[in-house]
Design a protein around this ligand. Sequence first.
Ligand SMILES: Nc1ncnc2c1ncn2[C@@H]1O[C@H](COP(=O)(O)OP(=O)(O)OP(=O)(O)O)[C@@H](O)[C@H]1O
Length: 630
Amino acid sequence: MSTGSINVSVENIFPLIKKFLYSDHEIFLRELISNATDATTKLKHLTVIGEAKVDYGNPIIEVKIDKEAKTLSIKDQGLGMTGEEVEKYINQVAFSGAEEFLEKYKDSAKDAGIIGHFGLGFYSAFMVAEKVEIFTKSYKEDSKAVRWICDGSPEYTLEETEKSDRGTEIVLHIAEDSLEFLEESKIRELLTKYNKFNQIPIKFGMKTETLPLPEGSAEDAKAETVEVDNIINNPTPAWTKAPSELKAEDYNNFYRELYPMQFEDPLFHIHLNVDYPFNLTGVLFFPKLANNLNIEKDKIQLYQNQVFVTDEVKGIVPDFLMLLRGVIDSPDIPLNVSRSYLQADGAVKKISSYITKKVADKMVSLFNENREDYQQKWNDIKIVIEYGMISEDKFYEKSDKFALYPTTEGQYYLWNELVEKIKPTQTDKDGKTVILYATNADEQHSYIASARDKGYEVLLLDSPIVPHLIQKLESSKENVSFARVDADHINNLIKKDEPVISKLNETDKETLKKNIEESINDQKFTVQLEDLDSTDAPFTLTQPEFIRRMKDMQATGGGGGMFGMGGFPEMYNLVVNSNSDFAGELLKKENAEEKTAMINQALDLAKLSQNLLKGKELTDFIKRSFESLK
Ligand SMILES: Nc1ncnc2c1ncn2[C@@H]1O[C@H](COP(=O)(O)OP(=O)(O)OP(=O)(O)O)[C@@H](O)[C@H]1O
């Protein structure tokens, strides 16, 4: 037996370990299971290369709680340690590792997140234990089993012990303030969180399995049951396999394994697999975003060699892909560093652009393989794609091959197809091709109808980030501009060099304009007389593209600052069709009261068509309309 001080030259680090990362105390279990996993895979490697002449078998890791003894133990069948190795690895290597780790991160420990997810190692056991024992026996021939014990002071004891089987058992004597770690439910929760896909099977207790009834059994025969090891993990999850080994169904099953509360299948998956210039594997899923209740909860999970690290992947995964789900597993993501450092890290940047490229490539192939199917999914994926287009230039550059522009008539165009289709009809007198769009097919129905009457295509762009997307497209594509269908009368949206016929002379127009202005007497409407087709609506409300865009941008958090704190005022143009019969009638009307009534009724109709007639105004309008039927 030998006793000694782990390290006499430093102050006692144990109180520090206890205090450290208070909220992350639970990571001790993951650290110890990682050590057990390493010890097992190392032994496998040694047997493969012929260094270790032992029967590797089918090793498992066992986690056990003894409530009476107040112990939690983690037992592996890995390579074990000799007495000298315990001295070296536990007393020196692990200790100085923990010490170095604490030194580096103790000041930033409160910066939760990725910091401290890895690295504290074996000594993290002291976050929850008042005493730790190691029972270990090396795989090496003739080596004797040893027991190491330490009570959280730098003093330890190392002695020979009885242990017949190879491997290591770590026994934690749980401290009074950490008794929750003796609860089965707590340990199961932690194992499920961190080790659901651990490389080595983990046994936690036993479970009862019902055996299938033998063929031809009587109807009332009782199936036999057996007690079997309760293995809590799947050591070979989908992302560790080659895509060629997996069918669509396997990916869907894996999705549910990851997110047991998701009952809807994902739209499609992207299998990530790269080994140069960094190592990364994983599977990303495009979920159905519409009606999704678990957006916040079910996030992309980051693993390191099949051990869960975090689901806070901001900085590693490009922002626009944060709505996706799935797993990224990489030993190359530096996990012991702060977030700001992470974003500047070269490897992380490369990972982020690799993922972006993979997603773009996948979109291209999905589109090419089955356009019909892709179009059907567009509604669910567009928000991600459009966000990617405005936020990642590399993604934007490729997007012509997979970004779709749907019309109100249910057709889907790629950019080039769209431009080719509308160029002949929708190019204005200055040579600009005007892309008409609606954001709500119902609310803007009458405007869409006017545009359709002229043979124009109207896109239906209804994501909240569309104003930003349009800005991006206008600034990068040549000779195109976007106009929402209700931004002006259709003749003004796409101005052609056609002679206009005017039924009224200038004086009449002046009078009519004045009559209308006086009758409505409202600052937010600017009266604008236009010589339109006589069959066009007499009154139409439009909101200039510029004003509406500013408002939309403000609403989605961009570009609004320049107009100060207040919201942008509601302003509309009241387009009066001076060629309409109604305009002629108005002019002729002599009774001022009746004239005002006509004007206000027409204005209400225009408002109604823009979905702007609400509340009292609407009630009054309906009442008035019924009156007129009498
Ligand atoms: N279950 C085990 N079986 C065999 N050796 C072990 C076991 N646990 C720990 N060790 C030895 O103790 C060493 C130190 O462990 P520790 O967890 O502190 O650091 P680490 O695993 O090397 O690195 P990390 O900081 O990533 O945890 C290990 O490298 C290993 O040699």
